[in-house]
Write a protein that binds this ligand. Structure first.
Ligand code: MF3
Ligand code: CO
Length: 247
């Protein structure tokens, strides 16, 4: 069942979402060759805790960190480590925060120094595909209109969308109904209504969309070693269209 949030609940969700936004803005400033993904995790955790919030991902099904830091061919759920970012890497940072009874969730892919043309294009197309989806994030549209818009834009630009991971409803739980694929035919699924809050998160790859999970049980990588990017925001459907709470 898809939870409908009241105006008051949406206002409360903005707290969690603004902390997530703050984390991503501060992380962006720190991204440079020579820093470890673990140091980004520490920064994120310090900000969240200093705002009296709780990292949403830590201990979620045993996940060991505050952020996911997914470098190059890692699609999602990369665990922060002693890996040192180097010039030309791309790194997706995904973070969630919980405060006042609600979660916020967002992700960005950052370029480390100068990146290849294809990396740059992948990062741009992934972000832009989210905004193509936003054109359909309004009542009167159906869920798969968002999915279809994302997939079409990505494929028109010569990339592929991941099939094995999805966006999701969000609120009192990190993952709520509905499940939001980044692909599919238009005009399918639930009709969108004011008060629905959705984490819309295109995951896009340079080559084939097939993935595998490493032995740590978390790290999802492309099978062919192609680059991957991720862009996510928590979005409220309102009578005035989509409100992007983490931007
Ligand atoms: N944004 C991701 C998601 O919605 C992050 C989850 S990581 C996890 O699934 F560790 F919490 F699972
Ligand atoms: Co999410």
């Amino acid at each position: 069942m898809v939870e409908i949030k009241t105006r008051a609940e949406l206002e409360r969700m903005k707290k969690a979402c603004s902390i997530v936004k703050e984390v991503l803005e501060k992380v962006e400033k720190e991204i440079r060759p020579g820093i470890t993904t673990k140091s980004i995790d520490n920064l994120a955790e310090n900000i969240i805790v200093s705002r009296s919030a709780i990292p949403s991902f830590k201990n979620y099904r045993g996940y060991p960190a505050t952020i996911c830091a997914s470098v190059n061919d890692v699609v999602v759920h990369g665990i922060p480590s002693d890996y040192v970012l180097k010039e030309g890497d791309i790194v997706s940072i995904d973070v969630g925060a919980y405060i006042d009874g609600f979660h916020g969730d967002a992700a960005r892919t950052f370029m480390v120094g100068n990146c290849s043309d294809v990396a740059r294009r992948l990062v741009d197309v992934t972000k832009e595909s989210f905004f193509k989806g936003m054109e359909f994030a309004k009542s009167s549209c159906r869920l798969s209109d968002i999915s279809h818009a994302i997939q079409s834009y990505v494929e028109d630009n010569g990339f592929e969308v991941i099939r094995d991971y999805y966006g999701h409803g969000i609120g009192r739980e990190l993952h709520e109904d509905p499940t939001i694929p980044n692909y599919g035919k238009p005009n399918r699924g639930i009709r969108l209504r004011p008060g629905m809050v959705l984490a819309i998160e295109p995951m896009v790859v340079e080559k084939k969309y097939t993935v595998k999970t490493l032995e740590d049980g978390w790290t999802v990588v492309t099978e062919d070693g192609g680059l991957a990017a991720h862009y996510e925001n928590t979005v409220a459907i309102t009578t005035n269209g989509p409100e992007i709470l983490t931007l």
